[in-house]
Structure formats: structure tokens, C-alpha cells
Write a new protein. Sequence first.
Length: 434
Amino acid sequence: MVCIDVESIASGISDWLGAEGPKWPEAVEARLVQVEGLSKRDAMRVISRTRGILGEKFLPPIAKIELFLTEDCTNRCDYCFVRTKNEHNYMSKETALAAVDWLFSVCGDTEEVRILFFGGEPLLNFEVIRAVTFRAEELAEAREKKVRFDMTTNGIPATEEKLKFMAEHRIKFLLSLDGDRETHDKCRRLKNGKGTYDLVAPRLAEFKRYQPWLGSRMTVQPDTVGRLAKNVRHLHSIGINQFIIGAADGADWPQSLVDEYTEQWEQIADFYIETRRNGGQIRITEFEEPLDGRPNLTGLWGCQAGRDSVCVSYNGDIYPCSKMLSACRGEGVSYLGNVWDGITDVEERANVAMIWHPRRPKCEVCDLSWMCAGGCPALNWEATGSLHQPSEFDCRFKRHEHELHKRVDPKLKEAGLLEPPKDRKKPERYAPPE
């Protein structure tokens, strides 16, 4: 049996491809077999390692992790992407600390690392949150880096002790609130089926004592879309300052309701402009960047998942993001490694997160490819069985986004809300506009 130097050959190929990026000429395998004299098996070994090297060259260091602290939750929301709740699957302190140690070992020269506490309901595993916070702060100080903590929570387990700790350690939390009582309780219910609005909304004043700027993650269902603008106004009136709004994927969205969604967003824009003009505290990130100010994304692929951000499951397994963890676990795709061994499948990381990707013929002929990088890989997988084939849901709502900006951008510019100083830095994701 002839031994080959896989590393040297792969390094040479990666240098040869160079600035062309991780595009695979169809002739690579044939060249290895016919010119270099490799067997097909060895050629595939070289190609696999070359992909890994290209991933290491073209992908940045990991600077953010989502810690999936538990699959358990107080609620049983209709649209939660954690399809099966498990009351026994909690991340241990040992696993969580191993994840933090691994993050600081792979973050390279990045100035700031980010840790998102997620689930399930992360506040159900609060002792692990405390342990992670202390370890991350210690490592950040030792390595002269900044560390930022975020959390998405339904707010129900948020005791005063927990709120105080989060405020002291600057753990910014985003609440899951869909609107008024009728809208919120339609989908966000306890295990016994009882609505949760009255467990969260009356406590906003208490939450704001510890975090004055409060954001809400609103999920819009087809049968509640007609109340969207009203719900934004309602939540703002009771103390919500920032809105992260998204349509529920997996639901039936006929075109008439997608059109209604756009109409509701136009009403939200009017409310946003009026509130900002009157000095009100509100932020909706969709209104901060006009179409004509966006970078051209033609030919680019994907989001930050697997590129500079990953998700760590409760058991220490690493996936590109929390949605891919839920969608792809057990499917043989998107598993990257674990917090003890690191990313062992560099090829799969490259497959998920390569910036240049040739396997999207649908995108190549799309007139909106300049403003879209191929949709959400997790949604793609669930809808099409491919990470790289865009889902119909994403395509339709990207067109909603385009139509919305065509209608709203002129109003925002006239109000002076799309013309910030040239050198102004974007504010943190969950923070007031500058």
C-alpha cells in the first residue's frame, strides 16, 4: 500500500485555488487520479482535507456560541422549533465550562466574544448561567478581551435574584412576547394549556428596573397577522422599546396573508416614525438600513452560523446554530464536533458556512439574489432536504421585505431616520439607537 502525504497535497491544492475561494473545479478529482496517480479513495481523502484547509483559511475564528442550556421549558408554544421538550436534558456545569474554555481557545485575535444563553427556557438552568458568567469574565480579563452576554427568555422564571445578577453582569435579555393578551395567549401557553400573558406583561415595570431598555421577540402567525401593528403599539405602551418581529415558519402563508403582513409593517413604520419624531424610545432594526445602502450579496451564501458562530447542545455537541441543532440532529448533517475535541468535521463546517457556494441554481436566476444570501439553512433543510436549496417560505418573505422597503424607505428618509452620520457605529443589537 502506497502512503501519500495528504496534508502536503491538500495544502498545495488549496494554494492553487487561492483567492478563487472554495469553489471546486470539476476536474480536481480527475486531476488527482489521472495526473497525480492517486487512487479514487486517496483522491477523496485529499479533497476532504483540502476542504478543511480552505475552511480554516476562509472562515474566521469562532467568536460566539449559543449555549443550549436545556430542552425543558415552562411553556409549550405552538411554533417553537424545539419540537420535543425533554425535562431531563439539562446542560451540566462541567459541559458548560468546557464550552467556555473551548470558545476562548478558538476565538483568535477577536476583541470581543459573545455568549447567548438559549433553550428551551435558559433561566431554568440558572446555576449554570452563573458558572458560565464567572468563568467567561475571568478568561476575558486574563486575555484582555471583552465578553458580551445575551439571553432569550419567556420571563416566567425571572426572580428578583436572577434579574439582579443579570443586571450586575450585563446579561442583556430579550423577552418572548407576541402582543396583547388575546394574541400572546393564542400560542404561548403553559404545559397545562393556560395562557402566559398575565405572568409576564404585568412584570415589565419590574424588569425595567434592572434593564431599562426592553426588547421583545414577536412571532406572527397567519391568523394573528391582522393585529400585528396594533400589537406593536400595545407592547410599546406597556414598556417594550425594541421589536424583533418574524413570521412563523412552517405555517400556511397564502399570498394574501403575506400581502397583509406587508401592509401591517407599513403601519408599523408610520407608528415608528411618529414615535421617533416625538422623542419616544423605540428601535426596529428593519428600519435602520435602506435598500440602496445595502451591500450586494450576489453569489454569497448563508449567515454567521458555522462561520464565526456555533451552537453547543446540552450534551456538548457542536452545531452551526440552535435551529440547525433542532432541525438536523440525527439526520447526519451539520454536526461539527464537541466541546472536548473541538470542531472535528471541518469539512462539514465548510459545507454549511462557505461564503461562495455553487450549488444554488435557483438563486443564480433570482432577481433578488443581490439582497439575499440563500435563506436560513435550517429552514432550507426542513423544507427541501438541502441546506443550500432555499425554502419557499424564505423566498416569499424576502420579496415581502423588498416590497416593504420600496414603500417605507421614502417615508423614513423624509423623516430623517435613514441618514445617520457616515462614521456612526451601529448600536448593539438590543440597545437604544444612538
